[in-house]
Design a protein around this ligand. Structure first.
Ligand SMILES: Cc1cc2nc3c(=O)[nH]c(=O)nc-3n(C[C@H](O)[C@H](O)[C@H](O)COP(=O)(O)OP(=O)(O)OC[C@H]3O[C@@H](n4cnc5c(N)ncnc54)[C@H](O)[C@@H]3O)c2cc1C
Length: 485
């Protein structure tokens, strides 16, 4: 595939010929290596295919609840299920818990003014002095402190967690999901459970289990929301940059400090001769002289296409470095700004949405839908980042043409439609493009994780399927655990 970002303002000019060659050879190289291997395979079905020999796998463990993916939704689901007394296994591909909070270096949280784990996380981050902005429902935290905190909380709850482990396949007995297969340094392993929760963000497990899904504006391909590579940097004197830092002031009503700061920061990047691919480049102060920079967009990348994600990551890293180097050359307050870390995982807004027993829709947001089995009421508005660079220049973020009224997400949207024993939590739940653009933020992901964890624990311990559990039972359990008022 080609490089699809425009070379409008010198960004790809900076992307030297050598680097372009590297990108092409990196992707072409995968095919070039695979071909001779396939030619040698005795079992290949036809040209271009290799038939993998069947093998018996060791059953690594058999538990009540398996949670796949340890982002905000997954860790919340696992902690809740374990606190409810379920034997719980959490499987995560990266080397830390937290997903976009940590591996994605997010640092800023929306829709977090809720009871339960959100309240606990806030208090625990404060005890560590790892949280800066104290606006009730939004704040900035230190992502590495978050890694440690989540490990401690999972261990304390009795969650067994395995890092560096990818969920690669899923198997059913008739309609019921019974087994997932993982790949890791320990090879391929089988894991069994009574109930599974897909918290992979991209809906990997639901798709592997054969449940219907869609991405972007429907179907199985983009247009979809762009990717962003959040980056940590240090600066010499944050006070000298305060007009460019969103919510710089740490007290009082500073909610209006975002747009003016973004506009001023964008002007500085333009002054450095670069037009960033994200029209609302943002700087957050995390603590002392540590900042997070959010300056790029990678357009129309499918979350489950490894070649596309690889190219997007390499391009994004080059763009972020180019912007920081450009700012450095301006001197003044930008002198000495240095990148500390780009993330392990480029940030993905739009992945698969697994179809459930209810699909949260744009209409729900318009009318402020109410449901008896409501697990959370999102208050965050529709946030659709432009799906291409041209649109980005006219309207970087769209509100989907509606005014959102806080609406309910029913438990049914967390329960898979086609596969029994499978729930979803976080951004891969059942919803349409516009609704997803509102509920996907991490405060809601945590609440959905708590709900899925409670229902999964009840179902597993009473030998029922999640769809046979009443929400009132789970709500009662959450209250008993002190996670609902
Ligand atoms: C650039 C960007 C900026 C954003 N800004 C904000 C913001 O300011 N505030 C906010 O609250 N939200 C923000 N969001 C939205 C929010 O981050 C996500 O929607 C949120 O991450 C949802 O949480 P999750 O747990 O569902 O998914 P994720 O955080 O994506 O977690 C999924 C986890 O599953 C793991 N995983 C995936 N596939 C597998 C597999 N096959 N096997 C094992 N593990 C797997 C991943 O490694 C990851 O740890 C932003 C998102 C992006 C991308």
């Amino acid at each position: 595939m080609g490089i699809n970002n425009e070379d409008k303002n010198g960004f790809l000019g900076m992307f030297s010929l050598d680097r372009r060659k590297f990108l092409r050879s990196a992707v072409a190289g995968a095919g070039a290596v695979a071909l001779p291997v396939m030619a040698l395979g005795a079992d290949e079905k036809k040209a271009g295919e290799f038939k993998e020999p069947a093998q018996n796998l060791r059953i690594k463990d058999e538990v009540d609840v398996i949670v796949c993916g340890a982002g905000p939704a997954g860790v919340s689901a696992a902690i809740t299920a374990a606190r409810a007394g379920a034997r719980t296994q959490l499987l995560e591909i990266h080397g830390c818990l937290g997903g976009v909070w940590t591996a994605g270096l997010l640092t800023y949280i929306f829709d977090f003014n809720k009871p339960g784990l959100t309240k606990e996380l806030k208090e625990k981050l404060d005890q560590r002095d790892a949280r800066r902005n104290k606006i009730a429902d939004q704040f900035v935290y230190h992502p590495d402190e978050m890694k440690l905190l989540l490990e401690e909380m999972c261990a304390e709850a009795g969650v067994k967690f395995r890092l560096h482990t990818r969920v690669a396949a899923a198997y059913k007995d008739k309609k019921q999901l019974t087994t997932v297969i993982t790949e890791s340094k320990s090879g391929r392993e089988a894991w069994k459970a009574k109930v599974f929760i897909d918290a992979t963000g991209d809906g990997d497990l639901g798709a592997q289990a054969g449940n219907k899904w869609e991405i972007g504006q429907g179907g199985d391909t983009c247009p979809c929301q762009p990717l962003t590579l959040n980056t940590l940097a240090v600066v010499k004197d944050p006070a000298a940059l305060k007009q460019y830092i969103s919510f710089y002031a740490n007290e009082g009503d500073n909610k209006n400090w975002h747009v003016p700061a973004v506009k001023a920061f964008a002007k500085e990047i333009e002054r450095a001769g670069i037009s960033p691919s994200y029209g609302m480049p943002t700087l957050f102060l995390i603590r002392e002289n540590l900042v997070m920079i959010m300056v790029n967009h990678e357009y129309n990348i499918k979350a489950f296409d490894a070649d596309e994600i690889t190219e997007a990551t390499v391009r994004a890293r080059a763009e972020v470095y180019s912007i920081v180097r450009g700012l450095n050359k301006l001197g003044g307050p930008w002198e000495g700004m240095q990148i500390v870390a780009t993330p392990e995982q480029i940030g993905i807004r739009d992945g698969r949405r697994i179809e459930g027993r209810y699909v949260v829709s744009k209409e729900d947001l318009v009318v402020g839908a109410r449901h008896a089995d409501a697990v959370v009421r999102p208050t965050f508005g529709v946030d659709i980042h432009a799906s291409d660079r041209k649109t980005n220049e006219v309207e970087t973020i769209s509100r989907g043409g509606i005014k959102m009224i806080p609406y309910d997400i029913p438990l049914r949207a967390l329960i898979a439609k086609d596969v029994d024993g499978l729930m979803m939590a976080g951004r891969c739940i059942s919803g349409d493009f516009t609704a997803h653009a509102s509920y996907r933020v991490t405060g809601n992901a945590v609440a959905m994780g708590e709900a899925a964890g409670a229902v999964a624990a009840i179902a597993a311990k009473s030998n029922r399927m999640p769809h046979e559990v009443e929400w009132s039972e789970a709500a009662q359990l959450l209250s008993k655990l002190g996670m609902r008022s």
